[in-house]
Design a protein around this ligand. Structure first.
Ligand code: AMP
Length: 310
């Protein structure tokens, strides 16, 4: 693990050079979109990335790409306290060095992250934070049928925020001391954001352990389940994002806005990816907050937990 950053970059370069992955980062068109709510301005990175057209829209149970290791994409054959994971490059990356932690045995992408999956993800982020001072890595997990996930085999993805991109969730997390949510202390919510989202700041990494990660994750999942139940949704879908400074969960109602604009966890980190001009124009026309609100649930700002909640 000491050499993760080095190994990842080396592997990404060779996979790109050999054509083992599809990435045309040079042709990506980034547009900064500012949306104003109340007195606050929020910044989004809208990226047109035609190489994403190659990405399969849905996985296929008979052709599961994560069931076997593809040597050209494999960063670490084995990882985790019980050697239960592999680290692999994303074959259709949305940015340089985009990679994933996949379970070796099949586990469902509809299941919540286990304590060992949370711990392993946090360790990866911590390792990258120490070795790459100027990169801002985050992990994300698209859980459930409406989350924007395309593969059924469990995978947590790792990506960096673009340079200079302000992370509005981080600013929200920074507004409080770290805490573990309970009946009297709700996860943070930005009153300006038009969708339900639950954010909890984490203490410094030396104070983060398996138990804390599991407690915070469970508290976010409880709020998410309550929100989905209130919206009378029969399936459980949410986006989950983790950095070394905070965790966030966003309940989801739809995987797509209209028929074309697919959004996953990255959208709620302010990163909207479009694989063609039509989608790009659709996003520009509708506005990003309108889209995120439509495919999420109404804001729960001010709502406190009660005995009727999960
Ligand atoms: P999600 O859409 O959140 O389920 O993430 C699945 C990811 O797997 C997508 O970002 C795809 O780009 C990626 N992917 C699809 N097929 C492969 C493959 N054969 N090898 C590696 N990554 C893949």
């Amino acid at each position: 693990m000491i050499y993760l950053s080095h190994r990842l970059k080396e592997k990404f370069k060779s996979a790109k050079d050999s054509g083992a992955l599809f990435f045309q980062g040079e042709s990506a068109r980034h547009t900064q979109i500012l949306e104003v709510v109340g007195e606050s301005t929020y910044s989004f990175d809208l990226t047109l990335l035609p190489s994403l057209q190659h990405r399969p829209e849905t996985g296929n149970a008979n052709d599961n790409p994560f069931s076997k290791a593809e040597p050209d994409l494999t960063i670490l054959q084995t990882y985790g306290n019980e050697d239960e994971f592999r680290l692999i490059l994303n074959k259709f990356p949305v940015a340089e060095n985009h990679f994933m932690m996949v379970t070796k045995k099949f586990r469902s992408q509809d299941s919540p992250l286990s304590p060992s999956e949370l711990h392993a993800s946090f360790k990866i982020l911590e390792n990258l934070r120490i070795s790459e001072e100027d990169s801002r890595w985050f992990a994300f997990y698209n859980c459930g049928p409406e989350s924007g996930a395309s593969q059924a085999h469990k995978h947590v993805q790792f990506l960096t925020l673009p340079k200079g991109h302000p992370d509005f969730n981080f600013l929200l997390a920074q507004s409080s001391e770290p805490f573990i949510p309970d009946q009297t202390h709700e996860p943070l919510q930005d009153p300006n954001l038009p969708y339900a989202h639950f954010v909890v700041p984490l203490p410094e990494s030396s104070a983060v352990n398996d138990e804390l990660l599991a407690l915070v994750f469970t508290s976010l999942l409880q709020r998410t389940l309550t929100t989905l139940a209130e919206e009378e949704l029969s399936n459980i879908s949410y986006n989950f994002c983790l950095t070394t400074s905070y965790m966030m969960m966003v309940p989801r109602t739809k995987s797509k806005f209209g028929c074309t604009v697919g959004i996953n966890s990255c959208g709620y980190m302010g990163l909207v990816l479009c694989k063609n001009h039509k989608i790009y124009e659709e996003v520009r026309k509708n506005g990003i907050f309108n889209i995120l609100a439509e495919i999420g649930c109404p804001s729960r700002y001010g709502q406190v937990s009660s005995e009727y909640h999960y």
